[in-house]
Design a protein around this ligand. Sequence first.
Ligand code: GUN
Length: 280
Amino acid sequence: MAVIIDGTAIAEKVRNEVRSGISDLVRERGEAARPSMALILVGNNMVSHNLVRMKARDCEQVGIIPRIIELPEETHEDALLSFIETLNRDDSVNAILCQLPVPQQISTKKLLAAIDTSKDVDGFTARIDADKTDIAACTPAGIMRMLREYDIDVKGKHCVVVGRSNIVGKPMSIQLLLHDATVTVCHSKTQNLSSFTKQADILIVAVGHARLITADMVKEGAVVIDVGMNYPEGKPVGDVDFAEVSKRASYISPVPGGVGPMTRAYLLKNCLELAKQYRR
Ligand code: GUN
C-alpha cells in the first residue's frame, strides 16, 4: 500500500514560511514592501470568480494585499493589454495574475506576454533557459516541493509526464530536467500510452480525464502524482484510479488534498519571491 502524500499538510507548512517571510520583509524594508497581488478577472465565468475569491482569501491569510479587478465579458483585447501595462508600472502591486480562461476576443498568448516577467506570479512567462532559481509555474513548483518533502530524488529517474499543457505538462518537464531527471512527455496523440507509463519511476498525470491511469499502467513501486481534478459524479476525482493504483505505487498523491493545495500555496510563495526581488 502506497504512502499517501499529504499536500494539505505541506501546503500549510509553505503558507507558514510565506507568512514569516513577509513579516521579515516588512520589518526590514517597511510596510511599502508588503507584497500585493493584482487579480484580474475578465467576464462571467463562475468557476473563475470562485477561484479568484479563493486566491484573494489565501493572500489575506499570509499578509499579501489582494486587489481584485473585475472587467466585463466584452472587454476589448487592447483595453486589457493597456490596463496590464498600467499595472506593470504601478509600484503598489508587485504581482499580476490574470485568471484564465479569458473571453475569446482576447488572445491568451498576447495577454500573458503583456505581463511584466518581474510581476508574473503564475510563472507562465518562464523562459526555456530558466534555471533553478527562477520563479516556476505554481503547479510544477508545488510538485517539486512535494517530492522533496518525502525525500524523493528525481535525479537519474525516469519521470513520465502525461499532458503537455502550458500550465502544467510543459513547465513540469522543464523542472524535472533542471533536477536531472530523464523525462518522457506523453499526450493525447501518444500511441500505446501504457507502454510509457509502465516505465515510469515517477509518473505525473495532468490531462483532465477521470481515472485514466489504471493499476495495470503503473510499475510496482512507482511514485504517482495526480494533477487531475474532474467531477464525473459531482465529487472531485483525479486522473488516476486512486483505489487500485495505491495498491501498486510506493507513494501517491490523492485528489483532493494532493497537488491542489500545493498549487495554491506556491502562488503565495511566488508572490513573496517576486516581492523580495522587486525594487520600487
Ligand atoms: N486558470 C486555471 N488555472 C489557472 C492558474 O493557475 N492561473 C491562472 N491565471 N488562471 C488559471
